[in-house]
Design a binder for this molecule. Structure first.
Ligand code: NAD
Length: 508
């Protein structure tokens, strides 16, 4: 049995060892085995080995989570914000102490490298830290004498039960875009992680169990579409946060809206970088290579299309091909490995077939990562870095999310032509520019329709105190995840207008 997680007699062990093959749910402060009839294998994408089984939880499991979260709400809401954040300080300590364990679990179930797994946990911890500021951030505002003798106050109150549905590509970070803010603002919370990577949250919830949260404040329900639909339909769930592919994001947004819930749904992406001839080509190459091929291209902020302008075409094409060819691909737990596998066999087959589509549409495969063979890991889902040159701007692939280690190169004569190409993308998650010109950078920042902009940055991932701002088909909703937007999302505003007329007030 592979390594993973467990508690020994209530103590968190430093090096996790699996003792559980059937992943449990965490409901009402207890670990419970699901009644599910269907269980899926959780597979290590580098080795093909089955790590555990995850339940597709049924109506009974989900009903118990709703009841638990709803019952916990009235008292949790009355708990002073200062007291509500104490468990988060403890959580931060535990996440720091177990960052290696979490990194290792992420590598085992997701495939990214150990360093990448730890890096995403760093981002998770940042969100816990920011949510510890709730007693300040949740404050409302007021104004005396909006009319003579009349005062007005805006108060923020929690909503009730909030839920999050998260994807496979950041098993540790993305749930923490939501959980700390939801509970610090006084809501209770249900998480449904991706059924492909349930082990990371299994471990994180073991840590949460040691944070002295009242039972029912946080709940973990494993499963797939049935759990999602139940969350979308249940009248007690007031808010839905979703991160995943665009078709599911649209579906979740529409169904949550039809049921009167607030929803924030982050979708897929096709991120562009423009490389101007005045860019520092060595720096651009290194950063873009990491963005396109890091996490095997399975980051929602991964650069997928590089648009070279003017003379940048040849130098960038040569240097990026060289850099990509030299990346060390293998199991993310092995020393020196820079890129791991993609998540599933199906995903590998899809990525390889999309490379073929690009080729048919007229691109030249400069570097071909198909049919990769990694010694000792013959059963892994490896696709090596791939570069498609001269992808036609009007091709289907130019607007298709690949979500694998494939970088397409497109050429433009000037920055206007390049920005115009970006404007036609249905997605707007991230766009980056490499240049040494401030004027070009300002023009880019001003004109480009994407929510996260990088200037000489390859992965413009906002820090926890800024919103994660996708646009277009990369986001459905109004307020985003993280930072002040999270406070906005997880609270309702109440306005009180009050008059205490002098003649009616007692003299003290
Ligand atoms: P996915 O859409 O397949 O799954 C996301 C979640 O939705 C999972 O929890 C899954 O169980 C659930 N789900 C899947 N099919 C469903 C259905 N038919 N009905 C209801 N729920 C369903 O996404 P994924 O493959 O896990 O993740 C990769 C995708 O997520 C990529 O498109 C990537 O760009 C996107 N992503 C976006 C962001 C962002 O911030 N915009 C961040 C990370 C990932």
């Amino acid at each position: 049995m592979a390594q993973a997680l467990s508690l020994a007699k209530g103590k968190i062990m430093n090096t996790a060892v699996i003792t559980e093959t059937k992943i449990q749910n965490y409901v009402n402060g207890k670990w419970t085995e699901s009644n599910a009839r269907e269980w899926l294998d959780v597979v290590n994408p580098a080795t093909g080995e089955t790590l555990a089984k995850v339940p597709l939880s049924d109506a009974g499991d989900i009903g118990a989570a709703f009841e638990s979260a709803a019952a916990a709400f009235p008292d949790w809401r009355r708990t002073p914000p200062e007291d509500r954040i104490q468990p988060l300080f403890k959580l931060k300590q535990l996440l720091e102490r177990h960052i290696d364990d979490l990194g290792r679990i992420i590598t085992q179930e997701n495939g990214k490298t150990f360093a990448e797994g730890k890096a995403e946990m760093r981002r998770a911890i940042e969100n816990v830290e920011v949510a510890c500021g709730i007693p300040m951030m949740m404050q409302g505002y007021n104004l005396e004498d909006v009319a003579r003798g009349i005062d007005e106050i805006m108060i923020r109150q929690p909503l009730g039960v909030a839920a999050a549905i998260t994807p496979f590509n950041f098993p540790g970070m993305i749930p923490f875009w939501f959980l700390p803010y939801a509970i610090a603002t006084g809501n209770t919370f249900i998480l449904k992680p991706s059924e492909r990577v349930p082990l990371t949250m299994r471990f994180a919830f073991e840590l949460l169990e040691h944070c002295r949260l009242p039972k029912g404040v946080v709940n973990l329900v494993n499963g797939g579409k049935a759990v999602v639909d139940a969350l979308l339909d249940h009248p007690k769930v007031r808010a839905i946060s979703f991160v995943g592919s665009t078709p599911i994001a649209k579906y979740v947004y529409a169904r949550a809206g039809a049921n009167g819930k607030r929803a924030q749904c982050q979708g897929g992406a096709k991120n562009h970088v423009i490389v101007l001839p005045d860019a520092d080509m060595q720096m651009a190459t290194q950063i873009i290579s990491d963005s396109a091929f890091g996490c095997a291209g399975q980051r929602c902020l991964a650069v997928s299309v590089a648009v070279t302008v003017g003379d940048a075409q040849k130098s960038f094409r040569d240097s990026i091909t060289d850099a990509a060819a030299n990346l060390r691909v293998g199991s993310g737990l092995d020393e020196g490995v820079q890129m791991g596998p993609v998540i599933t066999r199906d995903s590998k087959a899809r990525v390889q077939s999309l490379i073929g589509v690009g080729e048919k549409e007229g691109a030249k495969v400069l570097l071909d990562g198909r049919n990769a063979k990694i010694p000792k890991y013959e059963s892994g889902n490896f696709v090596k870095p791939t570069i498609l040159d001269n992808l036609p701007k009007d091709s289907e692939l130019a607007n298709t999310e690949i979500f694998g280690p494939v970088l397409s190169l497109v050429h433009a004569n000037d920055i206007d032509e390049a920005i115009d190409f970006l404007a036609h993308s249905p997605f707007g998650n991230q766009a980056s520019l490499f240049t040494s010109s401030g004027a070009a950078a300002r023009k880019f920042r001003y004109e480009v329709q994407a929510g996260n902009i990088g200037i000489n940055i390859g992965v413009a991932a906002p820090m926890a105190y800024f919103p994660f701002s996708g646009w277009k088909d990369s986001f459905f909703g109004v307020v985003h995840g993280q930072g002040r937007d999270a406070i906005e999302f997880y609270t309702d505003k109440k306005v009180v207008v009050e008059r205490w007329a002098k003649e009616h007030s007692r003299k003290f």
